[in-house]
Design a protein. Structure first.
Length: 167
């Protein structure tokens, strides 16, 4: 018997609207396909360290800022886990420290994830006279997509919240 394509799914959370939509999509995905679901928030301590070395932060400020980001991250994790619970989906959550793209990949590897779900950012432009929308990928997303040891899905559904309410 062939094993299911998806058994373990990671959703990257950063508190943005698109990452919350990715969480909602991940919850619906986990419910439909009966996968394990884990939300991961990464405190970008690599950037904080660089800012401290360049004297943008003093050590005490960096520590305080990192602590604040960890607390925010835990709030976001609790929020999306509550959303999952409201749909009858069991989930896990984790706040990590380090380089965002690397820690998302490490979390996926640790879980033996089959899929990483990211929230897609969009940008509107009207350079041609007509309004167009396209997906914007940060360098972090590019690094996750290029280095992940599993599939990566970018959620770019503008009606995810509607789908979530209907289910």
């Amino acid at each position: 018997m062939i094993k299911p394509l998806f058994q373990n799914v990671i959703v990257a959370i950063n508190g943005s609207g698109p990452s919350i939509q990715a969480a909602m999509y991940g919850i619906l995905f986990a419910k439909q396909y009966r996968t394990r679901l884990k939300f991961v928030y990464v405190v970008d301590s690599a950037t904080i360290r660089r800012l401290t070395l360049s004297n943008f932060f003093v050590a005490d400020e960096a520590a305080s800022y990192g602590k604040s980001l960890r607390e925010d991250g835990q709030k976001y994790i609790n929020y999306v886990m509550d959303l999952a619970k409201s749909k009858g989906v069991k989930s896990e959550g984790e706040v990590r420290d380090g380089s965002v793209w690397l820690e998302i990949i490490n979390a996926a590897d640790d879980m033996k994830a089959d899929l990483i779900i990211l929230g897609g950012g969009t940008e509107r432009s009207d350079f041609s006279g007509a309004e167009k929308t396209h997906t914007v990928f940060s360098q972090t997303y590019k690094d996750i997509i290029c280095h992940a040891n599993c599939s990566v899905m970018v959620v770019n559904r503008q009606r995810v919240e509607q789908l979530f309410r209907l289910d």
